[in-house]
Ligand binder design. Structure first.
Ligand code: NAD
Length: 357
């Protein structure tokens, strides 16, 4: 099969890590007889320098006609003094909007080999951790009506949390589908004891559950979920929640896995289209120095194979290869510990390729 992938390396370590993910995808292509076709486009600071805008129309067009997008990271010191609406990071919001990416998937996977990087007690994380947070990405309080008004107590500011049934249903469907592909266990997180929008959220998720009789659904309030995430994270498998709760909970979940250089993510649109990117930023402090950990981006490419192309076996292969390199003791500087083998960005990519071939 032929698969079209738009590559958006971006800035800083973005190009370093995307290059390694491409090496790994090519190795998978050779092994399984798939053809991955790439078209590289500019976004972020690189696009500002070359074309005067952070998200050129050509980038949007190429992404739209591809089957999936693999993004590195955008931003850096060079553009930090630009006004907010001209900064490289605006490209991300633009891409989300233009590509209709309404579901954000963030796995929090703790490799046993990196357990010492986890800030939780060993008995809490024994056997590793594997959670996915499904966050609604284009609705809720971040996009609701907002503004200022004068009141008796002085200026007041407001941000409205609003969800329509259809917005909740489509994210619930993504989460239930995900639960079906995993352990058939879903926790919906809300604040239905206080918020009207959460009561609607809960009722729509419960309705959607009727189409997924095999999935065990539970509901949890956000304050309890934040606490349970550090008290007993292994109780979770798939979590679905609103934009703001998901923003906070996915950061909390990812922190317990240790290094930011290991965390992949996916943002999905209707159908199987998706944009895949590491959770980390452009790390200008180590850009171009062969020091960046490429595993987050390589694991993002694995998510692309699984969720957009339906190539589960190939995705499993990449994840197993990353694990194999860790088991052999291979470590980039961000996850280095005494007695392990130091690897640069390229060497880490090469080892993962070797473990696949
Ligand atoms: P960052 O994630 O880029 O870096 C934070 C720290 O983690 C740095 O010390 C960095 O060296 C390290 N780090 C990050 N990724 C790593 C990797 N793969 N391997 C090894 N070490 C890694 O966050 P920041 O410093 O707050 O932001 C830098 C720039 O990136 C800013 O311009 C910011 O706006 C941008 N940013 C972009 C995205 C994105 O494109 N999705 C996300 C976050 C930040």
């Amino acid at each position: 099969m032929n698969y079209k992938i738009a590559l958006v390396p971006g800035d800083g370590i973005g190009p370093d890590v995307v290059a390694e993910a491409v090496k790994v995808l090519d190795a998978v292509g050779v092994k399984y007889g798939h053809q991955f076709e790439y078209e590289t486009v500019l976004a972020g600071g690189a696009a500002i320098d070359a074309m005067g805008e952070c998200l050129p129309q050509n980038t949007i067009d190429v992404c739209k006609k591809s089957d999936a997008v693999l993004l590195g990271a955008v931003g850096g010191w060079k553009w930090d003094t630009l006004p907010g609406d001209q900064r490289p990071e605006r490209a991300l919001l633009g891409l989300r909007k233009e590509l209709g990416l309404f579901a954000n998937l963030r796995p929090a996977l703790l490799f046993e080999e990196l357990a010492e990087a986890c800030p939780l007690k060993p008995e809490i994380i024994e056997g590793g951790l594997d959670i996915v947070v499904v966050r609604e990405l284009t609705g809720g309080i971040y996009f609701g009506e907002k503004g200022y008004k004068d009141t008796e107590l002085g200026r007041a500011a407001y941000d409205v949390e609003q969800y329509a049934e259809e917005e909740v249903r489509r994210i619930a469907v993504v989460a239930f589908d995900m639960a079906m592909k995993r352990n058939k266990k879903l926790t919906s997180v809300d604040k239905a004891n206080v918020l009207e929008s959460s009561r609607l959220w809960r009722s729509v998720v419960t309705e959607t559950a009727k189409d997924y009789p095999e999935v065990e659904l539970s509901h949890m309030y956000i304050d309890n979920a934040a606490m349970q995430m550090v008290r007993n994270p292994k109780q979770f498998d798939v979590i679905v929640t609103s934009n703001i709760f998901g923003d906070i909970l996915s950061d909390e979940a990812s922190m317990i896995t240790g290094s930011i250089g290991m965390l992949p993510s996916a943002s999905l649109a209707k159908g199987n289209f998706g944009m895949y990117e590491p959770v980390h930023g452009s790390a200008p402090d180590i850009a171009g120095q062969n020091k960046a950990n490429p595993m987050a981006t390589i694991l993002s490419a694995a998510m692309m194979l699984r969720y957009t192309f339906g190539l589960s076996k190939e995705a499993d292969d990449i994840e197993a290869a990353v694990k194999a390199v860790l088991t052999q003791g291979g470590r980039t500087p961000d996850i280095m510990s005494p007695g392990k083998v130091s690897l640069g960005t390229k060497e880490a990519g090469d080892r993962i390729v070797a473990a696949i071939s």
